[in-house]
Write a protein that binds this ligand. Structure first.
Ligand SMILES: Nc1ncnc2c1ncn2[C@@H]1O[C@H](COP(=O)(O)OP(=O)(O)O)[C@@H](O)[C@H]1O
Ligand SMILES: [Mg+2]
Length: 260
């Protein structure tokens, strides 16, 4: 099987059956077409309820699509796989409260019966990557929100997931911790070359992080109304005029889109 993280989305539609009521289907996502290159940092930006979690969950293999195609490395996606690691906004429901940091990160490797010395080496490296070195014996209730997000991220990397799927992962953090985590994520992306799919409703966060930003229209029938290229290097200074223009353009796009 191909190791490529190229993602190809073709005429994707999603309707939750509970919304159908025996009438015409109500599509949450209506004809999404998108190519994401291996190693790309791709941000999905849109307001609440537009279908961002839905599309991530389809790519992760948790939610069934209604119509269309989603391929990774040329293979159609229909279930979760270790090639994709998911980082959720709510770390408390994603990490095991009864396992310490080390054991949470080691969990997937243990399940797959990876040999112990190799396993320890991988866990140690991942803990170091997310800067939790002195916290490996701590339990989730002893960790801050940012540290719990680091555990989720480290666990995905330990599982050797080539694609990191992140659903508003820093949304619940205070602004200072959030900026630290954003910078760490950029560093990790550079160090590992992983493909990152990152959902946010925050325009500033999208422009601070993304190599590409796909802007969603409102639901129902959400589409990608624009995909913006951002080749500018990181770290980015959003007070520069060029970034201010991009932020203003996106705000204008939303103002048009969400007009009542
Ligand atoms: N399991 C579900 N069953 C029915 N409707 C759902 C389900 N999950 C999400 N929806 C609906 O689909 C739309 C998009 O939701 P979601 O993907 O969570 O949006 P976002 O993440 O952008 O806030 C919303 O109207 C939401 O109510
Ligand atoms: Mg969501």
């Amino acid at each position: 099987m191909s190791e490529s993280g190229d993602i190809h989305i073709d005429h994707l539609y999603k309707s939750y059956s509970s919304l159908n009521m025996e009438k015409e289907p109500v599509y949450v996502l209506n004809d999404i077409n998108l190519d994401i290159k291996d190693g790309e940092f791709h941000v999905f930006l849109g307001w609440s309820g537009c279908g961002k979690s839905t599309i991530l969950n389809i790519i992760a293999g948790f939610v069934e699509k209604t119509q269309g195609s989603v391929q990774i490395g040329g293979n159609e996606i229909y279930k979760p796989g270790v090639d994709r690691g998911v980082v959720f906004q709510n770390a408390d429901s994603a990490i095991f409260s009864w396992l310490n940091v080390w054991d949470n990160i080691e969990y997937g490797l243990r399940i797959r019966k990876s040999p112990k010395p190799e396993r320890s080496e991988v866990v140690r490296r991942c803990i170091h990557l997310v800067q939790l070195d002195s916290h490996e014996k701590k339990y989730p209730h002893e960790l801050s929100g940012g540290m719990k997000q680091r555990v989720q991220i480290a666990r995905s990397i330990a599982n050797n997931s080539h694609i990191l799927i992140m659903d508003e992962p820093f949304g619940a953090l205070d602004s200072q911790t959030r900026r630290i985590m954003q910078n760490e994520l950029i560093q990790l992306w550079r160090d590992t070359g992983k493909t990152i799919l990152f959902v946010t409703h925050d325009i500033q966060e999208a422009v601070y992080l993304g190599e590409k930003i796909s802007v969603f229209s409102r639901a129902p029938d959400a589409k990608i109304i624009r995909t913006i290229d951002l080749p500018q290097p990181h770290p980015r200074d959003l007070t520069l005029p060029s970034f201010k223009t991009i932020i203003q353009d996106i705000q204008d796009l939303f103002a048009e889109e969400y007009v009542i």
